[in-house]
Design a protein around this ligand. Structure first.
Ligand SMILES: [Fe+2]
Length: 248
């Protein structure tokens, strides 16, 4: 039978929709509680919804009983500190799995390329239900930062770079596209990341916000590209790394 996948993501695996007016909101991401949970890069996470409502960010399948990345339980303390972020996450009115704010320290383009990974969003997801995708709502005004997306991990020709100013809203099939943020800094980047089940309400939410499936990628300076190439060559010369899925 297979999963239901949204036509809006079919062409490139992502959609960028209208920006949100972030400047008028309080900076709730500075008030919430973060936990030390590592993903790609130098990060911390703050859960708004977790597997069973605890202050933790582990994959839902790593719990007892295990569950797929749906039916997240709101983390009372953080929801109380971040009502606006919570209401934004709920806006598409679809099943939500993990919902958290990521804090990412500055990195280089080469770091981001090294961090490229795909997510394991649909583990335990019952066949015939909606494919789980992720929304990224950028909170800080990171004018020089981009979300790097690649259909093929080691093929730069498949790369899209989506700018991440405050209010940027992206929906990404992160189990299809390799992804990582390049964030030059100098301050940490904050972004609300929510797992959603594909379905009519999410499609309507996307459609109403003028989705774009292909953005103009900002140029990467030659020195940054050269460093990424140098590190890629070094990785290739060492033992090949098996493909792994990250939980991030
Ligand atoms: Fe990820």
């Amino acid at each position: 039978m297979g999963y239901y996948k949204m036509p809006a993501l079919e062409e490139t695996g992502y959609a960028v929709v209208d920006s949100y007016d972030q400047a008028s909101d309080p900076q709730e991401w500075l008030d919430i509680e973060y936990v030390d949970w590592k993903s790609s890069g130098d990060t911390r996470f703050s859960p708004l919804a977790s597997a069973y409502g605890d202050m933790e960010c582990d994959g839902f399948w790593n719990h007892t009983p295990p569950k797929t990345d749906k039916d997240g339980v709101w983390v009372e303390k953080n929801v109380g500190l971040a009502p606006k972020l919570t209401s934004r996450a709920k806006e598409p009115n679809v099943n939500i799995g993990r919902c958290r704010v990521i804090e990412l320290q500055p990195n280089s383009y080469a770091d981001a390329i090294h961090n490229l990974h795909i997510d394991d969003n649909n583990r335990l997801n019952p066949d015939g239900t909606g494919w789980i995708v992720r929304a990224f709502f950028n909170l800080t005004d990171d004018q020089d930062s981009v979300m790097i997306l690649r259909e093929k991990k080691d093929d730069p020709s498949t790369e899209h770079r989506v700018p991440l100013p405050a209010g940027a809203q992206l929906v990404i099939d992160t189990q299809r596209l390799y992804h990582a943020a390049w964030h030059p800094g100098p301050d940490p980047r904050y972004c609300l990341i929510t797992s959603y089940e594909s379905g009519p309400n999410l499609e309507e939410w996307i459609a109403k916000r003028h989705p774009i499936a292909r953005v103009d990628s900002p140029e990467v300076p030659a020195a940054e590209l050269a460093e990424a190439d140098r590190r890629a060559a070094k990785r290739a010369a060492n033992a090949p790394v098996p493909e792994v899925m990250s939980e991030a």
